[in-house]
Design a binder for this molecule. Structure first.
Ligand code: FE
Length: 137
């Protein structure tokens, strides 16, 4: 599937910059990474869902959150298969898989293969990219 066809919410860089805080813009639209153990959801254990801070669609469920010890909110699966998309993130010295919001293309974090069963995946997500909500739509 071509990534561009998935993205429904399209805004210009200027529009995103107006909507988001400088930190949110840097992480979500410039693929930045918050410092470990700095995010508000790192040790967050309340029951609810985590939405995309940019477009507000539900992305992750607290039931799939676990303590990875890495300093970032970690999930072993997204809310559903449609909520997030992945694409190769080819750095100069590393090869990783980027996780993005399917609806708006926001950078969320990366997914690694060292998570817990049953998926053995670790979705390593920036708190800055998320917005906690006790209610699903
Ligand atoms: Fe989004």
């Amino acid at each position: 599937m071509v990534f561009e066809t998935l993205v429904k919410v399209k805004k210009s860089k200027k529009e995103w910059r107006q909507q988001l805080t400088p930190e949110q813009f840097w992480v979500c639209r410039k693929k930045g990474t918050e410092p470990p153990f700095s995010g508000e959801y790192c040790n967050h254990k309340d029951a609810g869902i985590y939405r995309c801070v940019c477009c507000k669609v539900p992305l992750f469920d607290s039931q799939n959150k676990y303590d990875s010890g890495t300093g970032w909110p970690s999930f072993w699966q997204p809310l559903n298969e449609q909520s997030v998309a992945t694409r190769p993130d080819l750095g100069l010295f590393s090869r990783a898989t980027e996780v993005i919001c399917s609806s708006c293309g926001s950078h969320l974090g990366h997914v690694f293969g060292d998570g817990p069963p049953p998926t053995n995946l670790r979705y390593c997500i920036n708190s800055v990219s998320l917005e906690f909500d006790t209610q699903q739509d």
